[in-house]
Design a protein around this ligand. Structure first.
Ligand SMILES: C[S@@+](CC[C@H](N)C(=O)[O-])C[C@H]1O[C@@H](n2cnc3c(N)ncnc32)[C@H](O)[C@@H]1O
Length: 235
């Protein structure tokens, strides 16, 4: 097993975690929910304190924070969510992950408000670029990681969820939509998970020769749960 430690935050499905474990990484998932996978490598609870705990050193953080107050598909509710604080809380959580004391970070979300209050995503990927025949625009904000390279381009047969076509293009799609419950719809795609494990895993592997990663400081003095100003993180 590699000495490199990976935390997949906001993941109950174990999809990305298990893709890294299959390649020999010491990968863990963390979610408020119990995992659908093997519970031995799952932390049930809030991810932020685990990232700040000096006793836990993580080499790579991949996070899938909730998008229900951030995604463009729900933009008609933003005025209400701004007014009652739900959107700011979701922004703070996203930025808390992005700002974690971990050298390599990827935070994923659909097209939405983070592209303007934080910064443009480094990359937008689609499941159909990685062998899963679905449309679902997924933005990736990266720190010290290369962009993912498509592994297997297939023709999309469906939109993932009824509102997928609204995530970005705002044009009505000609493809039929798959109607999942919200929990199934939120699960990561196996093809993208495999590409993360292979490509980012290979990117990190040379670090494994070191005796351990140096501690990496949080990006500002603000502590867990603090309200960050998005411009602090723009780079
Ligand atoms: C959009 S879903 C991502 C699901 C993921 N793609 C998967 O395959 O399991 C967001 C997840 O974030 C979790 N979550 C919300 N707040 C959290 C927190 N403070 N710490 C850890 N997980 C959290 C939710 O329970 C939910 O499962």
């Amino acid at each position: 097993m590699s000495g490199l430690r990976v935390l997949v935050a906001c993941e109950f499905s174990a999809t990305v975690r298990d893709a890294f474990r299959a390649r020999g990484f010491d990968a863990w998932s963390c979610d408020l929910l119990p995992t659908e996978g093997d519970p031995r490598w799952h932390i049930q609870g809030d991810a932020l304190p685990w990232l700040d705990d000096p006793a836990n050193r993580w080499d790579l953080l991949i996070a899938h924070p909730p998008c229900n107050h951030l995604a463009a598909s729900g933009a008609q509710y933003w005025p209400l969510k701004k007014a009652d604080g739900r959107q700011q809380a979701a922004i703070n959580f996203f930025l808390g992950l992005m700002k974690a004391p971990v050298r390599h970070i990827a935070v994923e979300n659909p097209v939405g408000i983070m592209g303007s209050v934080f910064r443009k995503a480094d990359q937008i990927v689609q499941p159909w670029q990685f062998g899963d025949p679905y449309n679902k625009k997924t933005c990736l904000w990266l720190r010290n990681l290369p962009k993912l390279v498509p592994t297997k381009i297939v023709t999309p047969t469906h939109n993932w969820g009824t509102n997928s076509y609204r995530s970005g293009s705002r044009k009505k799609s000609v493809l039929p939509s798959l109607k999942w419950g919200s929990q199934d719809r939120a699960k990561s795609f196996p093809g993208i998970a495999a590409a993360m494990a292979e490509q980012w895993g290979n990117h990190l592997q040379p670090l494994d020769n070191r005796s351990g990663s140096e501690p990496y400081a949080r990006q500002s003095a603000a502590g867990v749960g603090a309200s960050f100003h998005a411009s602090e993180l723009a780079q």
